[in-house]
Design a protein around this ligand. Structure first.
Ligand SMILES: [Zn+2]
Length: 160
């Protein structure tokens, strides 16, 4: 079959999905979510061989390949490693609703953790945000076992 210009033109496919979807979070992530919901604790898991702490918890150390079973709390404060401020129309992939813009996504290393997390930062003026800033988790009062809800957002620590 000979390829003409028409073959290179992308096609559009209409697709509307309205479905409720649930999945099992697994034992380790479930424990992480329960600690957030019930105790306002951010839980990690510690490698018995190298001592690295992973947040959220995972079963096997990525460096040592050994099973990790010691759950440890980490700090609710940490350091901002990187961020992006989104200023364009955006659909929340969880709810399907348009997100309120602008919003800031932060890449954070919590004190006591050796891995990093992603969450929302409540400052959207990029002139006021710098990598290396100290951040603190702000929890929702009505927690439900949802990472992006139970930790509502992170705020810049101003009392340093
Ligand atoms: Zn290890």
């Amino acid at each position: 079959m000979e390829q003409g210009k028409e073959d290179l033109k992308p096609l559009s496919v209409a697709y509307i999905a309205d479905m409720t979807y649930k999945y099992h979070a697994g034992h380790y992530y479930s424990r992480f979510l329960r600690e957030l919901r019930d105790n306002r604790l951010i839980a990690g898991v510690k490698c018995p061989k190298c001592g690295k702490v992973y947040v959220p918890p995972r079963i096997v150390c990525r460096d040592c390949f050994v099973r990790m079973e010691e759950f440890v709390p980490v700090s609710q404060e940490g350091t901002l490693l990187a961020f992006t401020v989104t200023n364009f129309h955006y659909i929340d992939t969880t709810t399907g609703e348009p997100k309120k813009i602008p919003f800031t996504t932060a890449f954070i290393k919590l004190d006591g953790a050796d891995s990093n997390i992603v969450h929302r930062l409540d400052e959207t003026d990029e002139k006021k945000i710098k990598a290396g800033m100290r951040l603190r988790a702000v929890f929702s009062n009505n927690r439900t076992g949802d990472y992006f809800h139970d930790i509502d957002h992170f705020s810049i620590v101003k009392d340093m």
